[in-house]
Each structure stands twice: as C-alpha cells, then as structure tokens.
Design a protein around this ligand. Structure first.
Ligand code: PAZ
Length: 339
C-alpha cells in the first residue's frame, strides 16, 4: 500500500467517524469489554471477536425506514460455540435480536421453545425426545457461563457496527497475535451519512412531503420526488484494511466474502485476501452457504462441505403444526451445526 493510499484511508476514517456519531451504548460496552479482555489476557486465554448478523442503513434520523439484508446470524452464533468449545474467550458482536450462541437451537424457528416442553406433576419438563440434545446444549452453555467466556454486545446500524468494531479492536490490540477477528457479519457497502439524513419520517403523500425552502440547498439523501422514493447512497469506506494496519495490526484476521454468482466467488475472495491482507478469507454463496464454503489463503483454496446426509432441516420441512409460517431466511438449520 502506498503512503498516499494509507493517508487517504486515514482521512476517510476520520471523516466517517466525525460525521457519524458513536452509539450511546458504546462507552458502557467498552467498559465491560475492557474488563473482559484484561481478565482473559491475564488468565492466558486467546480472545476472538466474532461479528454476526446484518447491519441496517437508516434512511431517517428518527428511523422508521431502513435498508436491511438477509443475514440471520447463523454462521456467527454457531461458530462462536465452536470457539468457546476450543477454549477461546468470545466477544460476540451481533445484530440485535439475531441468533445467539446456544439459544439459537431453540429460537427464531417456527417451533416455539414451548414445543420442547411438557408438564409432569404440575412442573414444566423437557419432552423426552429433546432431553439428550438439550442437555448437551445446556452443559456447553453452563460451562461457558461459569468461566465467563462469552461477552455479548450488539449493534443495529452500520455506523454502530463500525464504531464498536473499531473501538473493541483497539482494546484487543495489546493481545497481539493472541487476538482473532472472525468477521461473519453481513456489512452494508452503502449508507446514508448522518449529515445527509432527514430528521423525520419520509412522507409518501405529496401533500405532506416537505419541499426545500431554499432551492439551492442540497436535497437529503433519501427523499420523495413526486410519488417516487429516491435514495442516494454513499459507499461505506473500506475499513477492513484499517483493521490490519491501524486498529489491530498483529491479530489474526478471518473475514467472509458472500456472493451469489459462483463464477466470481473465488476471485473476489482472493482479491479481498490480497487487498486487505487478511490471513484467511472464507467464501460462500447465498444459496449454498449452509453446507459449503471455500477457504482462500495465500497458499491456495480449499472447499469444506457438510456431507449430503447432514444437509437436513429444509425450511418447509420444519413448519410446525401451530405456526405454519415460513421461517426467516437463514433460520432453517438452527438446531444443527450447518453454519
Ligand atoms: O448470518 P447467516 O448465517 O445467515 O449468513 C452468513 C454470511 C453469509 C453473512 C457470512 O457467511 C458472510 O459471508 N459474511 C460476509 C458477507 C459479506 O460479503 O459482506
């Protein structure tokens, strides 16, 4: 990377964080993250930051409407369990209300957690058929909890995500190579900067949509034009390089690349690997992400696949008797390990 490029990324970073203010919860999150990192560093545990779920792009300051994406957080929640099992301390930075480690086995699908329960002698009990699985999940969860191995933080918007990522990354910097970033969140590439956002709900009716008093004033990024909604989005600066160069230069960085076109997946993953200097980029396709991914490293690429006999639990296959509604995309395999 040339000095000029580096300087321009640093300027983009400064501008971004100057225009788009920090979330109100940031300081309290950092206080608990600092304590968590210090405790585990002293105890000799490696720390991984797992990001999970999709970021939103608000269109209004008092947000009624926003742009979102498909991610349910399955990959992140499932991977966090594996990191915990392997002895890592996990900071789970996830989209609010997306899947969580352990509870993901019993949430977000058409089967209510109550369907796992029954009544015996006036007490609530777990049905026999679910005892074994639930006991296994409960034991892992309790073990992680006892060791205080899991810290859960949340974001909603792209700006909240970037603030949290940057500041937690800086806290992890002293860990050097004992820190891992596992970036499975689906992060928006485009957004509406705060200074171009309207304050109030965008009105759909022309009678109520606000005209600009000053014809020379810049129109807000999201606005109505006649009966149309027009949205001009700005690119989100590419901060992934900054993670390596500026925020946590000695950490191991694993990032994900999602595509829909199989023809470009490996090239795009390789491009990310080289451009951002991450250690591993894991490529996946929207439709097959539950059972196959490709690991792209400086040494080459390797596909990892779930065997066909384990590719179960189709969306329609688990529709329960009470709730026949289809599950949100990504929730179909929450009770197995296809992440
Ligand atoms: O959250 P999920 O399990 O439904 O999906 C996981 C994923 C596809 C978001 C993740 O594997 C991924 O590729 N994240 C990076 C997406 C991107 O290219 O920005």
């Amino acid at each position: 990377m040339t000095g000029g490029n580096l300087a321009s990324i640093q300027v983009a970073e400064q501008d971004y964080f100057a225009i788009n203010p920090a979330p109100t919860s940031l300081q309290s999150h950092l206080t608990i993250a600092r304590e968590f990192i210090t405790r585990h560093a002293e105890g000799g545990r490696n720390v991984v930051l797992v990001t999970s779920g999709g970021t939103t792009v608000p269109l209004e300051n008092q947000t009624v409407r926003y742009i979102d994406n498909f991610s349910a957080g399955t990959r992140g929640a499932c991977s966090a369990e594996y990191f915990l099992e392997a002895g890592y301390a996990v900071i789970f930075l996830h989209r609010q209300f997306s899947l969580l480690p352990y509870s993901r086995h019993y949430s977000h699908n058409t089967r209510s957690f109550l369907d796992y329960m029954g009544e015996e002698d006036g007490k609530v009990v777990v049905e026999d058929e679910h005892q074994e699985d639930m006991l296994r999940v409960l034991r892992s969860y309790t073990a992680a909890k006892k060791k205080n191995q899991l810290l859960i933080l949340s974001f909603v918007t792209i700006t909240e995500y970037l603030w949290e990522l940057r500041e937690v990354a800086k806290l992890m910097r002293p860990l050097g190579p004992r820190a891992i970033f596992y970036l499975a969140a689906a992060v928006s590439d485009f957004f509406v900067p705060k200074d171009q956002m309207v304050e109030h709900k965008i009105q759909s009716s022309e009678a109520f949509s606000k005209r600009l008093d000053d014809p020379n004033a810049k129109a807000p990024a999201a606005r109505t034009d006649g009966s149309k909604l027009v949205i001009d989005l700005e690119p989100v600066p590419k901060f992934l390089k900054q993670l390596v160069d500026g925020w946590a230069p000695d950490a191991m960085i694993v990032s994900f690349k999602l595509e829909t076109d199989p023809k470009i997946l490996i090239n795009k993953a390789r491009y990310s690997l080289e451009k951002y200097q991450h250690h591993l980029v894991i490529g996946n396709l929207l439709t097959t992400r539950k059972w196959e991914v490709v690991f792209v490293t400086a040494g080459g690429e390797r596909w990892v696949r779930v065997p066909p006999r384990r590719r179960t639990k189709s969306v329609s296959g688990v529709a329960s008797l009470i709730g026949k509604s289809e599950e949100k995309d990504g929730d179909s395999s929450t009770d197995d390990d296809q992440a």
